[in-house]
Write a protein that binds this ligand. Sequence first.
Ligand SMILES: C[S@@+](CC[C@H](N)C(=O)[O-])C[C@H]1O[C@@H](n2cnc3c(N)ncnc32)[C@H](O)[C@@H]1O
Length: 297
Amino acid sequence: MTDNTSHGSSTPDHEEETTRRYYETSDVDAFYDAVWGGEDIHIGLYAHAREAIADASRRTVRHAADRVADLLGPDATVLDLGSGYGGSARALAERFGCRVVALDLSEEHNRRHRAANARRGLDGLVEVVTGSLCDLPHDADRFDVVWSLEVLCHVTDRDRALAEAVRVLKPGGALVFSDIMAAEETPDEVLRPALSRLGVRSLATLSFYLEQLSALGLKPCFEDRTADLTTHYARLDEEVHRRRAELRTVISPDYVEDLLTNLPLWADITHRGLLRWGLFHARQTEAGPRRGPAPGP
Ligand SMILES: C[S@@+](CC[C@H](N)C(=O)[O-])C[C@H]1O[C@@H](n2cnc3c(N)ncnc32)[C@H](O)[C@@H]1O
């Protein structure tokens, strides 16, 4: 079964260092940049099976933002956990005029993120912070919306990550996130060959998130878009095949070949129904959040 807790051999610091190194590897960065287009690194919502990955990924941001649009405007502040290249932060700031605090482990992503914000004239609205989502440097009750797309798969101590997110949420605020999950009965070992490329040890399950969010005093909604995960990995595999020669000019040939071995594994496990993906949207219940201190490491 999947392991949703911090138990295991790797410590949170070691795990974060592995993740940071993964995203800062030049081949990995060049892959995400070339194939997603430099704004987003998350699963797309596809209008059709041949749609450009960048367009589908932009739709994910718009769709998630629609879920919390009632909370967003010039007086609101969003916290984007694991903000990557900053595509979500810029889209939210441009659409709603809200402030965004964007936090990511990777100083390299943050450097690119700040440069893109400056080019778009958004550096006054988006503050980019280097840090861990398991240990937020913010006071309680600070944000109208806490947002996180495709980040929690990298975190083993997901209880702590969710407790931190809820701690900094204002009363009446909303948490919106997406994550690649294991289907309930999927054994970790079956996923390991595909996950190894990302340095991810195990995935959460839908029931884990629903239980944790309820325990934290939120009313969770989950929109199941697992079919888009299947389309997304098929599209990634197609793109790398189609652009193989061009990608070998910006990504080392060995890494391109590794991708061509690894991406079909993802396509296979999504087809076999071993994964789930979708959007969570959780708001505080009338009873309010249960805000004990975040659990220790
Ligand atoms: C798949 S990318 C998603 C980026 C962005 N959310 C998006 O949708 O484009 C995952 C990002 O999460 C960041 N990340 C992973 N673990 C983190 C942690 N514990 N704390 C903060 N950021 C983290 C990585 O550095 C990377 O930028």
